[in-house]
Design a protein around this ligand. Sequence first.
Ligand code: XUL
Ligand code: CO
Length: 436
Amino acid sequence: MAYFPDVPKIAYEGPQSKNPLAFRYYNPDEQIEGRSMRDLFRFAVAYWHTFRGTGSDPFGPGTMSRPWDDGSDSVDNALKRVEVAFEFIEKLGAPFYCFHDRDVAPEGRTLAESNKNFDVIAKSLKEHQQKSGIKLLWGTANLFSNPRFMHGAATSCNADVFAYAAAQVKKAIEVTHELGGENYVFWGGREGYQNLYNTDMKRELDHLAKFMHMAVDHAKKIGFTGQFLFEPKPKEPTKHQYDFDAAACCNFLRGYGLWDHVKLNIETNHATLAGHTMMHELAYSSIQGKLGSIDANTGDLLLGWDTDQFPTDIYLTTQCMLVILEQGGLQPGGVNFDAKVRRESFEPIDLFHAHVGAMDAFARGAKIAAAIRKDGVLKKFVQDRYSSYDSGIGQKIEEGTVGFAELEAYMLEKGEISPNKSGRQEYLENVVNLYL
Ligand code: XUL
Ligand code: CO
């Protein structure tokens, strides 16, 4: 049964093509810096937005037309969605997908029933993976939708909720393992607070760390060797999320002994909600050795919430790829489109337009970034800018062989600094434009 009868397998047709259902830049076998685009990006489709998104917002119900979906939360409907998902992902040519436990399988009346539903769907997912060659980039657990998680999950004031969340994550890691998932994501759902008057922040942070250690221990126990990823987001749904930004996450991981076990999954719209650019969050994670994977999307410049739009801005993707290429790719992570079509884009075909455009935007960004890197313009400028640390007193500062006393003696003797040089920001912005 074809759920998208009018859509052929999306092919690469080159930049001259005007076919909206063809790639103009994403050419899976084309090499960029010694790696095929397929292996460089490791594109993933997000099950929750693409196959479960309804288009509802606080002012009205869903708008999406999904002719295959009977609107129920039955296991049969969930099984049908698996077929739809794999037809979509196969036609798109994305090598991976990602899910939360509750996107793929309905929650039952009890935990045992939920686990049983999950097993039924996991069996079908596995069969479809084997048939299509599509793989699981990461799995995760939804610890935020059910009202039981109103105060959070691992950071809930209710110990039973901690236990429930632990049981849910145990199962989600096991299913991720069974499906060959290459990563497992922790995004803090409601792990944060609305008001400090009723919150013991120290206890909540301690509990979150305990929870992540338990996950790491369980992974070891069952032989899951995938990468754990922590996903920063500063706010929404809570007023303050503990996984605020890359720096806060790094501090948390370091302080609680999780440093060697967990990397970061950086999302564009979360970066901007935190008052950072995506490039900042990527660069910061990368210099810490913690850039594991990305959730590719974009916010709206004029809106202050997580709109999760598909990324089409070439500047944005170029900046992402400058950092990703510099660190030699994201594997075993990848580029997951944690993005949803607009409420007004309600037809199934809109899902294709969204993903094709975003994959092309990344491919184009990667080509531009590779060209900039090949010419070495930015790198050379930055090297020159810091060259005073390559020899003389700068070298001694970096080597740690001088202290305040030696530096005072040096400056008393020299009298005044060697002149500063221009930062040339405008020139460099023009240089980047030459490659677009
Ligand atoms: C929420 C978000 C999540 C995580 C996975 O803003 O990004 O979908 O990526 O739980
Ligand atoms: Co995300």
